[in-house]
Ligand binder design. Sequence first.
Ligand code: HEC
Length: 181
Amino acid sequence: MKTKTILGSLAIGLMTTSFTALAEPPFGDEADVAFAKALWGTLQEHGLVGENRTMSAPYAGRHPHGAFLDTMDRQEFSVEDATGPVIVKRNYGGEDLSKEAVWNDPDQYLGAVTVMFKREGYDPDNHDWFWAKYLPDGSLDTNPEGRPLAGRVAKGMEQGCIACHATAPGDDMVFAHDRFQ
Ligand code: HEC
């Protein structure tokens, strides 16, 4: 009886530990949020996000990104102590959307800015991408639980940037190389 109780509480103890581990998502912690902030700031300095950004020709998008997209990349991009390629995608949505409407007034239709930045050694299982989803003002979008979408989103989970981008052709989790400018 006694042994059983001890084993029982051990099992509960172990379960609690693994639940705690699961409860902490692999993204959106303080360090991820700070890095996402630095990333946005640097993108802004390079005219890739924010008011004075340059834009490429919008094209019809694919789910779950916007109805129209415009995507730009830079091969050598430095944020804090990391240097690597960055891909910035602007996601447009709204009523009666057309390429011309987006081109003429991008701010009216911009719903989100999704970014992939390669940080060497950050997540070797997933080609070292740092993922972030920003709202047009540069604040981070969140998941339904309020967790900021920045970092390894959502490593080990069935849905999210990583799970979906893992299905991209090629071997770097990137879908549309041909679209970048
Ligand atoms: C259900 C699938 C799916 C999910 C989830 C998803 N994406 Fe994508 N993503 C795509 C597809 C498909 C494209 C290609 C769109 C196109 O250009 O036609 C794409 C394109 C991109 C691109 C341009 C580079 C490329 O792969 O072509 C970036 C950057 C990006 N996504 C970031 C993100 C981020 C950040 C998240 C999570 C917040 C995310 N994506 C979640 C499917 C997904």
